[in-house]
Design a protein around this ligand. Structure first.
Ligand code: NAI
Length: 307
């Protein structure tokens, strides 16, 4: 059940009604896990076509889970999917879709101005008690929160791709985030059967702050001619026990995304600005310019079309 109780750790506010903005890769996943936890969820995007894409992502993920859970029971599998889908509603109405929300999670394009515009409208449309959260990977939560009058009710809720499989959520507290809001978000993560960790509002939070410089150092090993792409990947899988090598992981994340993150940090990241660790790389830039963005475009460091 989505209902939450006050705990010794502090008061929490129940989160039963969730509105998710963006029905892309991340938004669809957040909608799905919230609906699976028993919340009533409204999935919002700008066009019916975008919503249809989100619904497709959710349905295929749920069907995969149902198949495993109800191997010999087609009726059971169908009712599992139907029950969760019944918790999901769709809207193209923008901020008006949040008038019943206990929590808004934003997973739209990674652009500060666009996010601020959405939250300014939401600040007008959503009830006073509604908690606002952004799933941003690289923007500062406090900069997005500035667009609202409820900075005490604003936090980061950073999920990982693929959302239904990845157990971690980073809960980001700004200087203004209240204890009740912070504790409510931790409890919400537990309701979703996720493991929350908390982090201050710093570039990359925990995971990307460590992961992205690591990926870039792997690129630089290859650029310096010290080892091959395949050998670096083999080394980290067999020598460090990582499930994917850094180049496989970069292709999975998307080379445009990696470039976008380091470029932002190099020009403007607290404590990272101008650091060699996040400096531009010719190899990475050339691949992105050539449209070789990783798995999603069929080629990145590796060629997937041939596999
Ligand atoms: P995506 O491009 O797959 O989906 C974004 C969706 O937002 C699109 O369907 C678009 O139509 C919609 N949208 C744009 N403006 C909108 C608006 N004003 N109102 C409603 N919908 C709007 O993007 P993705 O990958 O799902 O990323 C979304 C956010 O999640 C970004 O902030 C990104 O930094 C963050 N994130 C991405 C991760 C990833 O691995 N892709 C991981 C963790 C966070």
């Amino acid at each position: 059940a989505a209902a939450t109780l006050a705990t010794a750790a502090g008061d929490v506010q129940p989160i039963k009604n969730v509105t998710v903005f963006g029905s892309g890769l991340m938004g669809a996943g957040i909608v799905q896990v919230s609906a699976q936890a028993g919340c009533q969820v409204t999935m919002v995007d700008v066009t019916p076509e975008a919503l249809a894409k989100g619904e497709k992502i959710i349905l295929s993920s749920l069907k995969r889970t149902a198949k495993k859970k109800y191997a010999e029971d087609a009726a059971g599998a169908q009712s599992f999917v139907d029950q969760i889908m019944a918790n999901i509603h769709q809207s193209t109405e923008g901020a008006q879709a949040a008038t019943k929300a206990d929590l808004v999670v934003e997973a739209i394009v990674e652009n500060l101005t666009v996010k601020q515009k959405l939250f300014a409208a939401l600040d007008e449309a959503a009830p006073k008690h509604t908690i606002f959260a952004s799933n941003t990977s690289s923007l500062k939560i406090a900069d997005i929160a500035e667009a609202t009058q409820r900075r005490d009710r604003f936090a980061g809720l950073h999920f990982f791709n693929p959302v239904p499989q990845m157990k971690l959520v980073e809960v980001i507290r700004t200087r203004d985030t209240s204890d009740v809001v912070f504790n409510s978000l931790l409890q919400f993560c537990r309701d979703l059967k996720k493991a929350p960790v908390s982090c201050k509002d710093t570039p990359g939070f925990i995971v990307n702050r460590l992961l992205v410089p690591y990926l870039m150092e792997a690129v630089r090993i290859v650029e310096r001619g010290e080892a091959s792409i395949a050998d670096v990947d083999t080394a980290m899988k067999l020598g460090a026990g990582y499930p994917m090598g850094p180049f496989e992981l970069a292709d999975f994340v998307g080379l445009d995304t990696v470039k976008f993150i380091i470029d932002g940090w190099y020009t403007n990241g607290d404590g990272l600005k101008g650091k060699e660790l996040v400096a531009p790389s010719k190899l990475l830039n050339d691949l992105v310019t050539a449209g070789k963005l990783g798995r999603k475009s069929g080629e990145g460091f590796y060629n997937y079309a041939q596999k």
